[in-house]
Design a protein around this ligand. Structure first.
Ligand SMILES: C[S@@+](CC[C@H](N)C(=O)[O-])C[C@H]1O[C@@H](n2cnc3c(N)ncnc32)[C@H](O)[C@@H]1O
Length: 270
């Protein structure tokens, strides 16, 4: 099998229906749970973006749509996704996120992930700040950029075009961290930047990531901390972050916490 076909088949094995958790090869031809929605979405690979949110799948079946909290919905506004990467990076670089900015975070994450990157998912990718940098390195077997916001994913596509990144280099998935469309034990690494405070339930999100990671797989996740006030977002105390990772399934010896002011980073190995 040539390298491209091998990579495509490992991608197909990693992506699962978020309703029945079957993959393209194990899902029945006439699925009575999603009415073949999953199979039809996967047929769009390798170049189109897929909508694998459970709400979309359920909506196909019975118009049922789960509501999301404001901290998730906010990012679906086109104005927020348009301004996000045009405004925030210089503010982050002054120290809110990492002194030196997103490039420092990318470098630190690369060092943690190490060589031989296989399938890497950027969960809650936003405008693809991480996935696009990773694609330019050309060291991964597969990169998956997943976010709940269609508007953010539209920005990922636009920026990829501007940066000359081909659609086959990043698989774009609309998905919900509360029901990730991944096969258990299929991902080699997950990056989730500045996102946990936006999720409906951060521990549940981490649990889903833990399940999707293979044994030895790595998670690099960042968020903002109290005393930032939890008005729209849910900010954490430094103690809560490792506790959440442990409650999600990570062994306490395999969870590291770093804090920089109101910025928290957890590095976990499954
Ligand atoms: C602050 S942005 C972070 C974007 C990017 N990772 C970064 O490093 O800048 C948080 C992202 O989380 C996404 N998000 C919020 N709730 C989500 C959910 N339930 N499932 C997946 N992504 C979600 C938002 O759409 C938004 O793009």
């Amino acid at each position: 099998m040539d390298e491209n076909k091998k990579a495509m088949s490992s991608l197909e094995e990693a992506i699962a229906c978020p309703v029945c958790y079957k993959t393209l090869t194990t899902a029945p031809q006439d699925c009575n749970q999603c009415h073949n929605y999953f199979r039809n979405e996967l047929a769009k690979l390798p170049s189109a973006s897929l909508d694998l949110t459970p709400e979309r799948i359920k909506g196909e079946i019975d118009d049922a749509v789960d509501s999301q909290p404001l901290r998730t919905e906010l990012f679906r506004l086109p104005i927020i996704s348009f301004l996000y990467e045009r405004i925030l990076p210089p503010i982050w670089a002054m120290g809110l996120r990492n002194v030196g900015g997103i490039d420092i975070e990318f470098q630190e994450c690369r060092e943690f992930f190490g060589q031989n990157l296989g399938i890497v998912a950027d969960i809650s990718c936003g405008t693809g700040i991480f996935s696009r940098r990773l694609a330019l390195l050309q060291q991964c077997e597969q990169i998956i950029a997943l976010d709940y916001s269609e508007a953010m994913l539209g920005q990922v596509q636009q920026q990829m075009q501007l940066e000359g990144i081909s659609p086959s280099q990043i698989t774009i998935i609309r998905g919900d961290v509360a029901a990730l469309p991944f096969t258990p034990n299929s991902l080699d690494a997950v990056y989730s930047g500045a996102a946990m405070h936006c999720w409906p339930d951060a521990t549940q999100g981490l649990r889903n990531i833990y399940q999707a990671l293979r044994s030895g797989g790595k998670l690099f996740a960042t968020t903002f901390l109290q005393p930032l006030p939890s008005i729209v977002f849910r900010f954490f105390t430094p103690d809560e972050l490792p506790q959440m990772a442990i409650a999600a399934g990570f062994h306490p010896d395999c969870v590291q916490l770093e804090t920089r002011g109101v910025y928290g980073i957890i590095k976990c190995v499954k």
